[in-house]
Write a protein that binds this ligand. Structure first.
Ligand SMILES: [Zn+2]
Length: 252
C-alpha cells in the first residue's frame, strides 16, 4: 500500500521525499526492500487480471490483488496432475464460503476431506496399506469410494433420500460435485457422513500408519491430562505408547 501511495502521490511527506530522491535512479530503486519489489509484484500479477493494479482505486486494491493471486493459483492448479480429486469437484481455486449451519465440527471436517480426496475411505486407505480391503465395509462388493458412499451404497439410503429430496426441491443435480459444494444441502450431506464416521474402523496394519496416526493423539492426551489427575490414565497411555514403539522396533 505504501508503494502504491507513493505512485499516486498520496503518501506522507517522508515517504514522498524518499521516493522523489530515488525515483530517477533505477539502481537505487532496485535495492529498496519495499518499493521496487512491490512494483514488480504488481506488474507480475497484472498478467492474471483484467484490472490494472497500478491504477485501481486504493480502497479496491486489496481485493483486486486477491483476485489476481487466486487467478494465478487457478491456472497452476488446473494444470497440476496431482489434484485430480479436486478437479472433479471444483472448477477453480477460489476462496470457499463455508456453510453457516453445520452438523458438527467432525462431520464438517469429514465433508472437506471427501472433497479434497483425503477421506478415511477404504479404497484410499488400501492404497497406503492401511486398510486390508478396498471394498465397502457394508458388504457391497464395490470399492469404498466417495462416489459409492455418497451416491450408491444402500447402507446410506435413508440419509441419501433426504439429500435427494432437497436437491429436487432446489432443482440441483444429484452428483458428488453437488453434494460436496452446495451449501444449501451441506447439513444433510454431513448427516450422511456422520453415519459413515460412526461405522468407520481403520483396520490399519499396526505399524507405521498406526504409529503416525495415533502417537500425536496419545501424546496430546497425555500432555492435556492434568498433573493432579488420574495417574492410572497416564500410565495406561505410557503402556500403549511403549507397545507401539516396540512394534515399530520389531518391524524395523
Ligand atoms: Zn456400500
Amino acid at each position: 500500500m505504501w508503494s502504491l501511495r507513493t505512485l499516486n502521490n498520496t503518501a506522507g511527506p517522508t515517504l514522498r521525499a524518499f521516493y522523489a530522491s530515488i525515483s530517477d535512479h533505477p539502481d537505487m530503486l532496485t535495492r529498496t526492500a519495499t518499493l521496487q519489489p512491490a512494483f514488480d509484484f504488481l506488474a507480475y500479477l497484472n498478467k492474471y487480471t483484467d484490472t490494472d493494479l497500478f491504477t485501481v482505486p486504493l480502497k479496491c486494491v486489496k481485493s483486486a490483488i486477491k483476485v489476481a493471486m487466486f487467478n494465478e493459483l487457478t491456472i497452476f492448479w488446473r494444470n497440476c496432475s496431482e489434484c485430480s480429486c479436486l478437479h472433479a469437484i471444483y472448477d477453480d481455486w477460489q476462496p470457499r464460503k463455508l456453510a453457516s449451519n453445520i452438523f458438527s465440527r467432525v462431520t464438517t471436517s469429514c465433508y472437506h476431506d471427501f472433497a479434497c480426496g483425503h477421506s478415511k475411505l477404504r479404497a484410499r486407505h488400501h492404497i497406503f496399506g492401511i486398510a486390508k480391503s478396498p471394498l465397502c465395509r457394508h458388504g457391497c462388493n464395490a470399492a469404498e469410494t466417495t462416489e459409492h458412499v455418497l451416491l450408491h451404497c444402500p447402507f446410506f439410503n435413508k440419509e441419501r433420500l433426504l439429500i435427494s429430496t432437497k436437491c429436487l426441491s432446489l432443482s440441483l443435480d444429484i452428483s458428488v460435485r453437488t453434494f460436496l459444494t452446495n451449501n444449501q444441502i451441506h447439513t444433510v450431506v454431513e448427516r450422511l457422513l456422520s453415519l459413515f464416521l460412526q461405522h468407520h474402523k481403520t483396520h490399519q496394519s499396526v505399524f507405521l500408519p498406526l504409529f503416525g496416526l495415533y502417537t500425536p493423539n496419545l501424546l496430546g492426551y497425555y500432555i492435556s491430562t492434568p498433573v493432579q489427575g488420574d495417574m492410572k490414565e497416564k500410565k495406561k497411555i505410557i503402556i500403549i505408547f511403549n507397545s507401539i514403539m516396540r512394534m515399530e522396533r520389531e518391524k524395523i
